[in-house]
Design a protein around this ligand. Structure first.
Ligand SMILES: Cc1cc2nc3c(=O)[nH]c(=O)nc-3n(C[C@H](O)[C@H](O)[C@H](O)COP(=O)(O)OP(=O)(O)OC[C@H]3O[C@@H](n4cnc5c(N)ncnc54)[C@H](O)[C@@H]3O)c2cc1C
Length: 338
């Protein structure tokens, strides 16, 4: 267990913000975490703390005057093994993509489409990460947590209330539980999901689909489309895709015949936020040291030396312009930390 004062968060956020935490606590075991939650040190910070993963979905407004907590628990154990599936219990600090690599290597199916998503296992269950037609909730069996008094609580999948990039941990129970382990159900016979973009063509070009081929194709597509945070600070998709009333969409189509949409239900459609950003002219444009990526309009980047406030100001300008032009409100997917 480690406790630091005035600790640099530069290595703990993919936006590359050079900010500090007044207090930083890092732990390996659930017992260490529970002991800390019962300490005077934590009591002083109870009203101003955040638990982070690798900071790939965070935007720090500036130095953080509270407590930042982080798990480096990288346990991985098989808790059930049947002819059809394995249940794997994984510590919250395990790097997500290393976990995907483990599954693919052991011929365990279900997470291969989620290859190369930054972050750690704990956040995967908070964020309900998704890509290429798969969401992590498809394979989550249960989520182990502790509350702020150190009591253990296990959430089955239904109790996590998963939705698009959403869970109970982001809403009703935000900040009340710390994810310590996630139990995933991985299948021994794969059901490939390839009907997304050009994934099928890429995978089938290699021959009969395999988990390795899917992982390789997903990683290659992502590398070609998304800026690498090690080279250009970013947090992936900055905004969620807005869901609007079908009537509003049909009215907008008259002036914007190329506006894409995905049907949600009889009355609602989802509109790609990247298309909206591009069509208000922000793609590739900068405001101070923050910019909209020139190939992927949904990604805001730190050109070097940007502050969180600059990125937030850019996001605000984009949202206002979209509202002015289309009457649609877009909201950040990235968590603002103030
Ligand atoms: C280049 C790039 C591409 C991306 N692509 C995708 C994508 O395809 N699909 C996708 O879904 N996301 C994507 N993301 C977003 C990001 O990778 C995910 O949201 C990821 O799950 C964040 O993990 P993290 O460990 O970095 O969490 P952080 O960003 O550190 O935290 C995210 C949230 O989870 C909470 N949290 C973290 N750990 C815990 C814990 N143990 N207990 C309780 N709460 C916790 C934090 O408080 C915060 O609210 C991308 C990001 C980048 C930079």
């Amino acid at each position: 267990m480690k406790l630091y004062k005035d600790y640099s968060l530069l290595a703990h956020n993919t936006f590359g913000m050079d900010v500090k935490a007044a207090l930083f606590f890092e732990y390996e075991t659930v017992d260490e975490l529970r002991a800390f939650l019962l300490s005077d040190e934590f009591d002083k910070c109870r009203s101003h703390f955040i638990h982070i993963g690798s900071g790939s979905n965070l935007l720090f407004a500036g130095d953080y005057s509270g407590l930042v907590m982080h798990s480096v628990n990288c346990e991985l154990t098989v808790v059930e093994d049947t002819p059809e599936y394995q249940l794997l219990r994984v510590g919250s600090g395990y790097v997500w993509d290393d976990f995907v690599a483990y599954c693919v290597e052991h011929q365990l199916a279900g997470v291969e489409n989620l290859s190369a998503i930054p972050g750690e296992v704990g956040a995967s269950a908070v964020q309900n990460i998704g890509a290429y037609g798969v969401e992590v909730c498809d394979v989550i069996e249960r989520v182990e947590t502790v509350d702020l008094m150190g009591n253990v609580r296990v959430f089955d999948k239904a109790a996590c209330r998963y939705g698009y990039r959403d869970s109970v941990f982001k809403n009703e129970l935000k900040g009340q539980y710390i994810v310590t382990h996630v139990v995933y159900r991985l299948m021994k016979s794969p059901t490939f999901k390839l009907d997304y973009g050009d994934l099928r063509a890429r995978v089938e070009a290699e021959g009969v689909p395999t988990l390795q081929a899917v992982r390789g194709a997903v990683t290659a597509i992502r590398d070609s489309k998304l800026p690498n945070p090690k080279e250009l600070g970013n947090a992936g998709s900055f905004f969620t895709n807005p869901v609007i009333e079908r009537k509003q969409y049909e009215a907008l189509l008259a002036d914007n015949p190329t506006m894409p949409s995905y049907s949600i239900d009889d009355d609602h459609v989802k509109v790609p936020a990247g298309w909206l950003i591009e069509h208000v002219g922000w793609k590739g444009q900068a405001l101070g040291h923050a910019a909209v990526h020139d190939r992927q309009a949904l990604v805001l980047v730190n050109k070097g030396g940007a502050t969180g406030a600059e990125v937030m100001a850019l996001a605000q300008r984009i949202s206002e312009d979209i509202y002015q032009k289309f009457g649609i409100r877009i909201v950040p997917e990235v968590n603002y930390i103030v």
